[in-house]
Design a protein around this ligand. Structure first.
Ligand SMILES: [Zn+2]
Length: 224
């Protein structure tokens, strides 16, 4: 397989992660959004997207933005797959906490050995989700979906299970640890304060308050 530079792979991954939420009606992501996401200048984004479009990995329309070609999407999915498998490995086999693995996985995701990843997947017994609850794409690029909601959308009286977090930021994850909010936690929404969207929830025997912002970063599934 032809290999790509780390930087090229990071651009493809950035476009892939921005597409679901930041694309326009034509499914294009604006180059400014990419620049912001990667913390780089618009000019260097333009250079890189031209290069990636020459390689057939992106479709680039000046002033409009970019989308992924099938080849580009395949590479992005593979990087995401490797990233998430390494995160599972770091947490489950090396005992890292979930707030400490993202930056390490950012480096490990660029190791280019399909055989290594196949063996890693087997060693981990084919996990479907990473330690943050994000789905791990299969070797052929399929992503398992499930019906999740953000906790801030949940009405009082509804019981839910925490299945994912939408932020990898360590201070956020450490805060969840402090509250005892781990993946799999059973939560009952007991009250909502309309003024600022604070949620009162029951977690085990505890009643805790969650800000609307924190609740909006928690993916949950409804209990029957
Ligand atoms: Zn990560």
């Amino acid at each position: 397989m032809k290999s790509h530079t780390e930087s090229e792979e990071n651009y493809l991954k950035a476009v892939f992660s921005l597409l679901p939420e930041q694309s326009d009606e034509q499914g294009m992501v604006h180059t400014n959004a990419i620049a912001q996401h990667l913390g780089t200048s618009a000019a260097s984004v333009t250079d890189m997207v031209k290069r990636l479009s020459d390689k057939g990995l992106l479709v680039y329309k000046p002033y409009r933005g970019v989308s992924l070609t099938l080849a580009g999407q395949k590479i992005a999915l593979n990087i995401v797959r490797k990233h998430r498998l390494w995160e599972v490995f770091l947490v489950e086999k090396l005992g890292f906490s979930w707030d400490n693995v993202h930056d390490i996985a950012e480096q490990m995701e660029h190791i280019n050995s399909p055989e290594l990843i196949r063996r890693l997947d087997t060693f981990l017994e084919f996990p479907k989700f990473d330690p943050h609850g994000d789905p791990i794409p299969s070797e052929t690029g399929e992503i398992q979906t499930r019906e999740t909601y953000r906790l801030n959308e949940i009405k009082a009286g509804q019981a839910v299970t925490l299945v994912g977090v939408t932020s990898d930021e360590s201070n956020f994850l450490q805060y969840l640890d402090k509250l005892g909010l781990n993946l799999g936690a059973k939560i009952l929404v007991t009250d909502r304060i309309p003024f600022d969207n604070t949620l009162q929830v029951q977690l085990g025997d505890l009643q805790i308050m969650l800000s609307g912002k924190v609740a909006s970063c928690l993916d949950v599934m409804k209990e029957a």
